[in-house]
Design a protein around this ligand. Structure first.
Ligand code: DAH
Length: 331
């Protein structure tokens, strides 16, 4: 039989086969040790050199073609099997697909990011502080006296005699100043804990703390930056005021209020020039360096921003509350 005719015949034979077992039998018939191709190679042994070469080229090409035909048929048989499996199940293409509900960012996280963006733009670096802290970093080094009422169990969650849940993000000031030399310009945000609960207080809430230490930092710098920040944040929608205040870790100290819709002044942040005692506690020379610090109440700002009147709504995970914000900036 001519080589081409042979291949055509084999092709027909293979395409008539409908399962892998029989296909393997056929494969042995042609490609096996005692199969057709091997027998052809045995036959050419007696031929002269030139004929041997010519013939072996032909046989090798046949071998290649048969292999290919078998491989393709295996694929076809598998595909037919698969299709059969699926066609046994009825697929209803009119059924609606499965929807993945896309959640949205929590309003507090959104506000934290917005505030961080502002301060990053003016050169502050974001750092992360500890929520479980010792009394040195949360109180002593911040010049908070031993008898201060904030230290009592009524206000602070103590884990043991010396360890507590931080009551303020101001602990970051000490941690950073112990490690870094001025100039320092950092911002941290996070959870703080106090033993308090009503519609304006929850045992856990969020603060943002900023610290700026350098040579010749002035009180005017502090007032300027905070005023610009609040104007940026509220788009000048609210009137703001600065009034004198007291914090053990700053001198002088101030607080900033915002006049809300009911014409009531609401305190949103505390700040001041870092007290020389605090600088001394972290070995920074206060005759060479000074600076300011501030602490922002995140829940207060968010409540004013969105007109929310009960702080507890942030933590109840009521979808009707959360769905109102549709903050998908993270996608
Ligand atoms: N830590 C203060 C608080 O929790 C807020 C505060 C006031 C932070 C003045 C500061 C500051 O950095 O300078 O009430």
């Amino acid at each position: 039989m001519k080589s081409d005719d042979l291949i055509i015949t084999i092709k027909k034979e293979i395409s008539a086969i409908k399962d892998i077992v029989n296909l393997n039998i056929l494969k042995i018939k042609y490609l096996g040790k005692k199969g057709y191709i091997s027998s052809q190679f045995l036959l050419i042994k007696k031929l002269n050199k030139k004929e041997k070469i010519n013939k072996s080229i032909i046989i090798n090409s046949q071998k290649k073609q048969i292999k290919k035909i078998i491989k393709e048929r295996i694929k076809e048989i598998k595909l037919i099997k698969n299709n059969k499996q699926y066609s046994n199940h009825e697929i209803d293409i009119s059924l609606p697909g499965k929807f993945i509900k896309i959640g949205s960012e929590h309003p507090l996280n959104y506000i934290i990011k917005k505030i961080e963006n502002f301060f990053v733009k003016i050169g502050f670096k974001i750092v992360i502080g500890l929520e479980i802290e010792d009394s040195f970093h949360n109180f002593d080094a911040l010049n908070i006296p031993k008898y201060h009422p904030a230290r009592t169990e009524k206000d602070t969650f103590w884990l043991d005699k010396n360890i507590l849940l931080r009551t303020q993000t101001s602990n970051i000031q000490i941690r950073i100043m112990k490690k870094k030399k001025p100039p320092i310009r950092i911002l941290t945000s996070g959870k703080v804990y106090r033993n308090d609960y009503d519609n304006n207080h929850t045992p856990m809430f969020h603060q943002i703390e900023g610290l700026y230490i350098d040579k010749k930092v002035s009180f005017t710098d502090l007032k300027g930056i905070l005023s610009i920040f609040l104007d940026f944040f509220f788009g000048k929608k609210y009137q703001t005021r600065i009034r004198p205040s007291y914090f053990p870790f700053t001198e002088p100290s101030l607080e900033m209020d915002i006049l809300n819709k009911n014409k009531k002044w609401i305190e949103v942040l505390g700040a001041g020039m870092v007290h020389p005692n605090v600088l001394k506690n972290v070995n920074i020379n206060s005759s060479k360096y000074n600076g300011f610090a501030f602490g922002i109440g995140v829940e207060r700002l968010t409540m004013l921003y969105y007109n929310i009147n009960d702080i507890r709504s942030f933590y109840e995970n009521d979808l009707r509350f959360l769905k109102q914000f549709k903050l998908n900036n993270f996608i």
